[in-house]
Unconditional design. Sequence first.
Length: 453
Amino acid sequence: MTDETTLAFEHPLARAAATGGTELRDRISVRDHVREVEIGAFQSERGVTQRIRFNVVLEVSPHAAAVGDDVDQVLSYDTITAAIGAVLAAERINLLETLAERIAERCLLDPRAHRVFLRIEKLDRIPGALGVEIVRSRLTEEAQPLRAIAPAPDTAEDRVAPWMILVPEGATGGLRDALAGLSAPVIVCLDTGAHAAESLPERRIALLAQESAAWSFAGEDARFTVVSTRTEFDWALGEGLRCVWAPSKIALDTPGAPETSAAARLFAWFAAHQSAARWGWRAEPFSLPATDGRLYGLGDLRGVRGLVLFFICNHCPYVVAVAERLAEEGQALMDMGFGVAAICANDAEAYPADSFDNMGVFAETYRFPFPYLPDESQAVAAGYGAVCTPDIFGFDAMLKLRYRGRLDSSGRSEPGPTHTRDLYDAMKHVARTGEGPADQVASIGCSIKWKAA
């Protein structure tokens, strides 16, 4: 007879073997996988990371992979590590129990997986380790999940990219009807004009002020709905609602969120984050002139590997600082098989430095090897959800979005020893796998200069 007390503290692999029943199943496992994670419900656990150890055993259907030494027939160990990485990257989590449930759900999405044994432990809270362990089986058709598992993304043809609008303080009065009249879903971020706070207590106070402004904005107009979580956003955008962002939860709980309360920075990050969360939407057709005198559409610009679009302008210091690197990386991407183009959507009447003539000078000065296109109507930038300069979109060979992030790690600074080529490495990954990288850092820059309504 199995000693239940002893078995309770055994590795999940031993528990799987002891409770396997008569049906023969194979098992794959990841043992003692340690990650640095910001997790926990206590205030002392915010803003710091701690070591979390994962032990996972996944029971899978028998297969004949060993006979033909065929790697494509096996369920990869990456299924487990990718599930862990995806859950950790999605948002900050308070409870180990929540983390365990979400990792188990992802592991069991593969039809070859039958049962998962999962133990997660905190290694830095006490001498020794504290943690949770769960066992989950694939749901039968009649069974219901403990919580709703996110449905598969809509098809690219059915998805409409939301308008992302940063509304400055004092400019809300005349915008309501214009925003409510847009055919696409709308996300409004309110800028209260408050001083950007960097310390956690000050950030919380400033973010609460933005939330108060959001509730006031929506309270005065029933056409707008306040949203604060990803679940609310997914539902509201799916219903085509007009959303006003209450930023505290997402800004404080999402790994990689900028540690600031500055509305413009949070907005640029969130806009990129929303787009990245909806990878797979297809590039929308357009036809624009270029500084070289030609007219370009998607078919003219795409390469055999896909397409990269830079939304930039001539005068933004963030763009000027990286213009030479844009040209260099653009050429490297073209050599890899991607089409590349830059688009300027700024209001040239209000900002003459971004005029068509000055675009030609800018492209020549920095020796752009790709076309530079004016989006005079701003319809292309709006349709793609571009919000800042530079704002970078990377599409695969089927013109589906796979990357929405920064050019590199150096930004406005000169590249140093730790410089990473985020865009180039991401598109190389896209070319090799057809998927974008799980970790993408949003681009930061000046806001696109939209025309007055």
